[in-house]
Design a protein around this ligand. Structure first.
Ligand SMILES: Cc1ncc(COP(=O)(O)O)c(C=O)c1O
Length: 359
């Protein structure tokens, strides 16, 4: 006998997990936009300290972390939603805002979890193609907003294409979105974006109660193994709604402790941004030497078409055989493209060498 599941289970896309976690030997993990650098020792110590208290549930109000984020960003703590990764806040937003008859607008290709929101809720997704430079086409997105729209997502810098739009263009777009429509500006990679300072978008929250800035400790802080992210909202009602639809203890104690400590190390954040930039430029130059023009990256990864007559799955397989894991574009919304995370210098060189051999 087989179980009878809700119809949404047939609709929800399976998350395209990176392959080959089981590979033997040293592998260059360039498939998931992770940081190649481990958390700083003080963060590791904070986690070790938290382990001694694991007989207790974590603080369900995330008070210490919200206070710290409130001080750092100048956003009241009651407008900060913490999550088990920023994905958790995103999915909760979908649950709180969407239902059959409602609409959701986002660009495509963008973060592979966005289609999940409509599939899980029964809402209708309007996926707006990126422009020729792999960037959001905000004008086309604006045209898709109707009376049924409840949520608009803008991913800046965009995953998987690595591109970013100037904040001024996004600000003008948000100003044009009706007040009852929630806008999530997904800024998972904001620290890497050289077009703006990460603090620049905070001002938008003062003008737009319907705006949420989605941020994460998974990327620049190197804490994706613990899962912690947050949303900075223009009004308290967003935080109340996303907390309401989730289980009470959505952020574990070690993650809360790590995130609080990680915020004390902004000097390390600056060093990582610099290192990423230098390594990314090297990676881009290496690709150009192979005749490949990557998209204009403002993130910790690059995106490029493998070129006519070349088979992307074969290249991904060939790279994996050489111990280099990257992400196939087909799984992310565009066949023939590859997404490669910026790793350490040694990992990037290994990738370029393997790619050279394959081409
Ligand atoms: C654009 C974007 N948003 C959100 C996330 C979710 O990150 P996390 O749940 O680890 O905070 C990711 C992860 O890769 C991402 O690329």
């Amino acid at each position: 006998m087989s179980l009878e599941f809700a119809s949404k289970v047939r609709r929800i896309p399976v998350y395209p997990a990176a392959d080959a976690y089981a590979l033997e030997g040293p592998v260059a993990m360039l498939a998931s936009n992770e940081s190649p650098y481990p958390p700083v020792p003080a963060v590791q110590e904070a986690v070790a300290k938290a382990l001694g208290g694991l007989n207790r549930y974590p603080d369900p109000t995330n008070a210490a972390l919200r206070r710290k984020l409130a001080d750092r960003h100048g956003v009241p703590a009651n407008r900060i939603a913490i999550g088990n990764g920023s994905c958790d806040v995103l999915l909760a937003a979908g649950e709180a805002l969407l239902e059959p008859g409602a609409e959701l607008v986002y660009a495509w290709p963008a973060f592979s979890v966005y289609p999940h929101l409509a599939a899980a809720s029964g809402a209708r997704a309007l996926e707006v193609p990126l422009d020729a430079e792999h960037r959001h086409d905000l004008e086309a997105m604006r045209r898709e907003i109707t009376v049924a729209t409840r949520l608009v997502i803008v991913c800046n810098p965009n995953n998987p294409t690595s591109t970013a739009l100037p904040l001024g263009e996004i600000a003008a777009f948000i100003a044009d979105v009706p007040r009852h429509v929630c806008v999530i500006l997904d800024e998972a990679y904001v620290e890497f974006n050289m077009l703006q300072d990460p603090d620049d978008s905070l001002d938008l929250l003062k003008k737009h109660p319907n705006l949420v800035l989605l941020r994460t400790f998974s990327k620049i802080y190197g804490l994706c193994g613990l899962r912690v992210g947050y949303g900075l909202a223009g009004s308290e009602e967003f935080r109340i709604a996303v907390d309401q639809v989730r289980q009470p203890f959505f952020c574990n104690a070690a993650a809360q402790a790590a995130a609080v400590e990680a915020l004390n190390h902004q000097d390390e954040v600056a060093r990582r941004v610099e290192r990423n930039l230098a390594e990314r430029v090297g990676l881009e130059e290496g690709l150009r030497e192979l005749g490949i023009e990557p998209a204009d990256s403002q993130a910790n990864f690059v995106w490029f078409d493998v070129g006519e007559g070349r088979e992307e799955p074969e290249i991904v397989r060939g790279l994996a055989e050489r111990g280099v894991l990257v992400r196939a574009g087909a799984a992310l919304g565009r066949e023939g493209a590859l997404r490669v995370t910026v790793g350490t210098q040694a990992e990037n060189e290994r990738f370029l060498e393997a790619l050279r051999a394959l081409l």
